[in-house]
Design a protein. Structure first.
Length: 115
């Protein structure tokens, strides 16, 4: 299974982007899907995660600005990012957690917030 992330790019502060991550084929028994990010010189951090139940969690730094959603039929997870700030600049990685196996990771998509 491969995860294809897209939607990154260059945006001005205050702007918006929508990231998408689609699995190459159907994945059964998904526990959760989410997004991590890694800024230059920093550790990878969890941005948002959404469980099969529909419940979600966000990093404090993005609460109220980012929204995670998923389309189960398409095995796709989205991250709507609003009010972007320079500190949101990072490579964003999608992740799919499944039972009893290591998680699947996407290849990363670069988000640059700059004027």
């Amino acid at each position: 299974v491969q995860l294809q992330a897209s939607g990154g790019g260059l945006v001005q502060p205050g702007g918006s982007l929508r990231l998408s991550c689609a699995a190459s084929k159907s994945i059964s028994s998904i526990n959760s899907m989410g997004w991590y990010r890694q800024a230059p010189g920093k550790q990878r951090e969890l941005v948002a995660i959404i469980r099969v139940s529909g419940s979600s969690n966000y990093a404090d730094s993005v609460k109220g600005r980012f929204t995670i959603s998923r389309d189960n039929a398409k095995n796709t997870v989205y991250l709507q990012m609003n009010s972007l700030q320079p500190e949101d600049t990072a490579v964003y990685y999608c992740i799919v957690n499944v039972p009893f196996l290591p998680p699947y990771w996407g290849q990363g998509t670069l988000v640059t917030v700059s004027s």
